[in-house]
Each structure stands twice: as C-alpha cells, then as structure tokens.
Design a protein around this ligand. Structure first.
Ligand code: AVJ
Length: 335
C-alpha cells in the first residue's frame, strides 16, 4: 500500500471494510485519524492498563479533583442524603462511570446505616472494574443491593425504565461531565431527561474554574503520569489493532485555556512517520509535530453551571462545595 501523505484514508476493498466493522474501536480510530486535527475519543483511555494509570493520577498530590470531592462527601454526606429525600420511599441509585467507588462508598454507607431502601446500579463500560467494585461492596457493606450494569449510559437508563418506576437518583461524579464540550454537555443532559421523570435527581460532580496554575499542574504533572496515560492510547492501538506505534517518537502536550475553562490534551508526533495497523491492513501518516487531540476537561463557573441547568430544564436544589471551593457536587431535580 502506498504511504498516505494527505490524510485521506486508504482502504483495500471489501475484506478490509469487514475487518474494520469488527470493532467499534477500530472504526473510531479510522474516523478520528481522518479528521484535521486528528482526534481520538477519551473513552479509549480506560482499558485495564489505563484504569491503573488513572488510579495513579488520582493518587498524585497535584490531581486535587478526587480529594476535593472526597472531602465534600465525607463532610456533607448527611446534608446530601437529606437533599436526596432518601428515607421516605425506595429508589434507584444509578451511577454513571462508577469506577472503583472510592468516593461513592461514603454515600452508600451513610444511606445503609440510616435505613434507606435503595438499589445501587453502578454503570461502567469497563467490565473488569465493575466486577472489582461489586466484590468490594459485598465485603464492605454486606446487605447492600447492587446490580452492576456493564452497559453504555443510555442503554442502562433505558433498561432501568423498563424494570421499575421508582424514583431515580443519578450520580455523575468526578468531573466526568468535563469530557464534553459545553454544548454536548447540554445534549447529554437532554438524553438523560428523555429516560427520566419529574422528581428524579442528578448529582453532578464538577470541577470549578480556579487559579489556572493549580489546574495546569493537575494535568501537566511533573511525574509524567498523565503523559503515560495519554500515550497508553497508542500502546492500546498496538495491542488491540496491531498498530506499530513507536511510543518514544511521540510526546504529550496539555494546556489550560482559562476563558472557556478548557484543559486540552494532545499527543504529538515528534517526527514525520508512517504507522501501520496490521490487523486493519491500513497505514496512516503523521507529519512532524502533528497533533492528535485526546481529551477536553472542561471547568465550570457556578454561574455557567446554573445556566446550563436552567437551559436544560433542571432545577438546581443545592451546591455542595469543598472548603477550598475547588469542586462542586451540584444537585439538580427534573422539572
Ligand atoms: C476522569 C475525565 C474526570 O478530565 O480530569 C485525568 C481524566 N485526564 N487526567 C479529567 C483525566 C487527565 C479525568 N476525568
């Protein structure tokens, strides 16, 4: 196959297309690498290796997000659960992107100790992490009703709306909403609404705008862990799509743009090079210093967050912030 020097994608007939069809990952890579700038969805960070590197990120002193939200839950869980109105009737507690449940367990244990009647539905696309979570919950909070859903968010919501008509409280924590541009965040909230009913609630964990230096350090860390997290995308393509990325020829760049409140992350090709994807029978060119956009991590002002809620038809019930005001868990109700 001829080198692909103008960013158009090279296919080699029907056999080829069938191979690409096999995996959503392959399809998304081919699509994303045909854009300008090239891009890849940040959801692909989280294979088993990426999950581990993300744990390392959360343990870095510079990555304040996890600790801030942990502080909110440990100091204000009573107020949060009261605002949930959690002690009157049975409800569904649904968590999108539950991960290891480190912070959520603070809420779960409080709810259980105080006799709330609920079923916890952790939703995650990583089967591996869901299995670990359910096992640790059975050990640490015996008697908890857990139904893990290894589904994409909206398939999970649609499934739940078929199962029962209890009130639902949806947790979307850890500033995961920051992976959407503000406009797509609106679309995401609309889709949530589609499956929900009046009185359902949403607890949204959101990283707030703050001193840009603090934000920059959290994503451009001196340990090289965030770099490793980004470059794992290339290793994952090597492992799963038979690509031959030479990781040492790529680096990572991230910066914070404080007006929009966006951290933008990129992988950069440090020389002109061709990378071939053996299992896809496909090659792609990278120019010297060409960028692959890998992630957006959007930070909000409280005012921005309130207008987002209003525009999308939610009522803001309460903002729970940490003592440094770095992070907010914002409780919304569907009108
Ligand atoms: C898991 C999406 C909240 O954007 O802060 C951490 C992922 N990326 N360091 C974030 C991440 C780089 C994280 N979220």
């Amino acid at each position: 196959m001829k080198p692909n020097t103008n960013n158009t994608l090279l296919y080699s007939g029907d056999q080829q297309k069938a191979t690409i069809k096999k995996s959503q990952f392959a399809k998304d890579v081919v699509r994303g690498f045909s854009r300008k700038p090239k891009s890849i969805s940040s959801q692909y960070f989280y294979d088993e290796k990426g999950d581990k590197i993300f744990q390392e990120i959360m343990n870095m002193p510079e990555y304040y997000l996890t600790r801030s939200e942990y502080e909110i839950f440990s100091q204000q869980r009573k107020e949060i659960c009261v605002a949930f109105n959690a002690f009157d009737e049975p409800f569904n507690l649904i968590e999108f992107g539950a991960g290891d449940g480190y912070k959520t367990k603070l809420l779960l244990s409080y709810l259980i100790e105080n006799g709330a009647d609920f079923t916890y539905y952790p939703v995650d696309i990583s089967k591996h992490i869901l299995e670990e979570l359910s096992e640790s919950l059975q050990n640490e909070l015996p008697g908890i009703k857990v139904r893990p859903l290894n589904l994409e968010y909206f398939s999970a919501l649609s499934k739940l709306s078929e199962i029962n008509n209890r009130r639902s409280i949806i947790l979307f924590l850890g500033s995961n909403i920051g992976n959407f541009h503000i406009n797509s965040a609106g679309g995401f909230l609309q889709r949530i609404k589609w499956y929900c009913k009046e009185g359902d609630q949403l607890l949204l964990g959101v990283d707030l705008k703050k001193d840009p230096k603090i934000i920059t350090r959290a994503y451009d860390d001196p340990h090289g862990i965030t770099k490793k997290f980004n470059l794992n995308l290339l290793s994952r393509m090597n492992r799963e799509l038979g690509a031959d990325f030479n990781i040492a020829d790529f680096t990572h760049h991230t910066f914070y743009e404080p007006v929009l409140g966006e951290v933008l992350s990129y992988v950069i090709s440090m020389k002109q090079q061709l990378v071939s994807f053996k299992s896809l029978d496909w090659e792609v060119n990278f120019d010297e210093f060409e960028l692959i956009h890998t992630e957006i991590s959007k930070k909000y002002g409280l005012d921005e967050l309130e207008s987002l809620a209003k525009e999308q038809g939610f009522k803001v019930l309460e903002h729970f912030r940490d003592t440094k005001k770095y992070f907010v868990d914002s409780l919304w109700e569907l009108k």
